[in-house]
Design a protein around this ligand. Structure first.
Ligand code: NAI
Length: 343
């Protein structure tokens, strides 16, 4: 079984080599992203394994099908970067639905604490033997209201962490969980009532730019916005304006709409062309990490094990539990209920 990995980094290679220690798979690791032009690298492979910023569009899908690649194995949970509607009937797509929701939820809290307690500033100061406290005043999380958008695996863990801090939790979810003890509100109420807002929903056509000029205007002055989900949930230009107007008090961003051009690469010493990203990074109340929330040893090991499990299941069995197709979100139309492949 031959598998071509795209956009792979050293940490991917380490974890996948450990998971493949029996040598079952013949693996090629490519640092380049999967594009129409780089598809050829997968010639002769049964599977391509891709990550969040590989743009698996129609052209790429056509090329893969032409080369007789059978499976696109996402080594991530989100699949907004794959045209799953176009892929339907042509090539199967599997993903890793959960590898460590704790990793992402804990990173969201790490960003929040860093931001509001100014740890990023204090760290640099004390490194330079500057022990002044001026400008480092934060605020207590205890008693504050956090609005959680998306109460799936990650959102629920984030809620538990917030409750541990004595915060009041309100949430919005398109499909609220029954009997969960979570106080669900509509999205406008969440914008209005939250001191802190954390996004934990998938990116879809309907919620692209859900944080925009209009929603920011409804939020409490000084709101802290955390996004560890997908960049395009936020209109980044509107966020810059919101911060400039002092409406948004701080932003903690692990994802960014145009991240595929910059994240995962070392551009120190280069001029970054993206003015919006540069402006955000220049702001003292914005913390950017480069899609790092998933990056723990536990998550990497789970990603590798589940990805190989997905591949094995797909080729050896009738069903493929982690397959996705555009019908899957509306399970009524999806054969997965009957333990069959999607097509
Ligand atoms: P999940 O599928 O367990 O939960 C997602 C929740 O969002 C569900 O409760 C669903 O009903 C809800 N939802 C769906 N559409 C919605 C909408 N339009 N508005 C509000 N809620 C909506 O997913 P999980 O594992 O909790 O992951 C959430 C997101 O986190 C993923 O979609 C992915 O984009 C992101 N993620 C980011 C990572 C990182 O490293 N930064 C790593 C892993 C996931």
């Amino acid at each position: 079984m031959k598998v071509a990995f795209f956009d792979s980094k050293e940490y991917d290679q380490n974890s996948f080599e450990i998971a493949n220690s029996a040598g079952k798979y013949e693996i090629s690791f490519y640092e380049t992203r999967l594009t129409k032009d780089t598809c050829r690298l997968a010639e002769g492979c049964d599977v391509v394994c891709v990550f969040v910023n590989d743009d698996v569009n129609r052209d790429v899908i056509d090329e893969l099908v032409k080369m007789n690649v059978k499976l696109i194995a996402l080594r991530c949970a989100g699949y907004n970067n794959v045209d799953i509607q176009y892929a339907y009937g042509k090539i199967h797509v599997v993903r890793v639905p959960a590898y460590s929701p704790y990793a992402v939820a804990e990173h969201a809290m790490a960003l929040l604490l860093t931001s509001i307690r100014r740890i990023h500033k204090a760290y640099i100061r004390t490194k330079d033997f500057n022990f002044s406290l001026n400008g480092l005043t934060g605020f207590d999380l205890h008693g504050k209201t956090v609005g959680v958008v998306g109460t799936g695996k990650i959102g629920r863990i984030f809620i538990d962490i917030c409750r541990g801090f004595g915060m009041n939790v309100i949430a919005y979810d398109k499909f609220p969980a029954k009997d969960s003890g979570i106080e669900y509100v509509d999205i406008d109420e969440l914008w209005r009532r939250s001191d802190i807002i954390s996004l934990h929903c998938p990116l879809t056509d309907e919620n692209r730019h859900m944080v925009n000029a209009e929603s920011i205007a409804q939020m409490k002055k000084g709101v802290v916005i955390i996004n560890t989900s997908r960049g395009a949930l936020i209109d980044a230009e509107a966020l810059v304006e919101g911060i400039k107007m002092r409406q948004v008090g701080a932003a903690c961003l692990d994802v960014y709409e145009e991240e595929s051009n910059v994240f995962f690469h070392d551009y120190s010493g280069h001029i970054v062309d993206d003015d919006v990203l540069a402006r955000l990074i220049s702001m003292p109340n914005v913390i950017v990490t480069s899609h790092q929330a998933f990056l723990t040893n536990e998550a990497l090991a789970n990603i590798a094990d589940t990805t190989f499990g997905n591949i094995e299941e797909f080729f050896d069995k009738e069903y493929s539990i982690n397959e996705i197709c555009y019908k899957c979100p509306e399970l009524a139309n999806c054969k997965q209920e009957h333990d069959k492949k999607c097509f």
